[in-house]
Design a protein. Structure first.
Length: 326
């Protein structure tokens, strides 16, 4: 294989290894949370190809130094992939102070640059092939889990569910507010008081570190730890998967209003409205905010007015529910 072809392989390995660790997860989460269409997310899957072209062109322009830079970047990419694989298998380590983390990164870059000047071409060729294989495996793992670990069917808010103790026995409207605070609940409670509706609240058992764990548990009465989006209505983990399309209403008079999760895929609901896209910035800005460390540098907060828009749409969806008309 010629040096030019070698450079293309190295550039492709770097591009795949650097992007595949966050790009598939971003694409799956964007589809699951209802922020963007398939076409909008698919457009950004061209990034690895563009990155490979730019890296290969840069290496060709810089000559021997460009080749050395490619090899150093490839070694850093391989170490990053190894870190991603091993991190999930080992106990969590304490975070390094910022100055220590910067020192470690600098030393790794220096060591990679020196190694790139000393190791043979055959080593870099094998490493590139290994990185391409590892990156592909990393990207396909959630979907392999989904195929090998089929989702079960569960009743949603059935009378026997331990997470349904706050639900009345008939004519139920569930408004799922995810991780919102009093600014969301206050307008809803005021609307209930204005309409002279009775309401009650109870504390339900904790069911995970995040709502992506807790809400499926509240719906089904089963724990879903370590799950991640792996499709428009799927959550996957090594031990249990959940397909919202496999869930079914445990009663005929259940209405659901919410956002972030694909509630309306649940079968047998009397009424459902999903408020989609309220907190999503434009696709380009969301994409730029998705790689590691960039949210700290960029303005990745929701757009101004998104909270008020979400409250208005939630109230409108709740007012349209059969619960308030029966």
């Amino acid at each position: 294989m010629s040096r030019r072809a070698d450079s293309w392989v190295l550039a492709l390995a770097i591009a795949l290894g650097a992007t595949v660790c966050w790009l598939p997860a971003w694409q799956a989460a964007a589809r699951y949370h209802g922020g963007y269409s398939v076409a909008e997310t698919a457009a950004y899957l061209l990034l690895p190809a563009l990155a490979a072209v730019l890296l290969a062109g840069m290496a060709a322009a810089l000559g021997a130094r460009g080749r050395q830079l490619l090899c150093a970047l490839l070694l850093l990419t391989a170490l990053y992939l190894l870190h991603k694989f091993v991190r999930g298998l080992l106990p969590a380590a304490p975070a390094l102070p910022p100055y220590a983390a910067r020192t470690v990164i600098f030393l790794l870059c220096a060591a990679s640059w020196l190694a790139a000047a000393r190791l043979a071409d055959a080593f870099w060729r094998k490493l590139a092939h290994g990185v391409i294989a590892a990156a592909t495996l990393f990207a396909l793992t959630p979907y392999a889990l989904r195929m090998s670990n089929q989702a079960g069917a569960y009743p949603v808010f059935s009378l026997g569910s331990p997470y349904a103790q706050a639900s009345p026995s008939r004519n139920t409207l569930a408004i799922l507010l995810d991780e919102t605070g009093p600014e969301f609940t206050a307008p809803l409670l005021k609307a209930a008081q204005d309409r002279q509706l009775r309401w009650a609240s109870v504390v339900v058992p904790a069911a995970g570190a995040d709502t992506i764990n807790a809400i499926p548990a509240m719906l089904t009465g089963k724990r879903f730890d370590n799950v991640a989006p792996c499709g428009p209505s799927w959550l996957c983990s090594p031990t249990r998967s959940l397909d919202f399309g496999q869930l079914y209403a445990g009663r005929p008079d259940l209405d659901i209003v919410g956002f972030w999760h694909p509630y309306c895929a649940i079968r047998g609901l009397r009424y459902c409205r999903r408020i989609a896209g309220v907190f999503y910035p434009p696709p380009a800005r969301s994409f730029l905010c998705s790689p590691p460390y960039l949210p700290a540098l960029l303005n990745c907060r929701p757009a101004a007015g998104s909270r008020d828009a979400a409250v208005d749409r939630l109230l409108a969806a709740a007012y349209a529910a059969p619960f308030l008309k029966g």
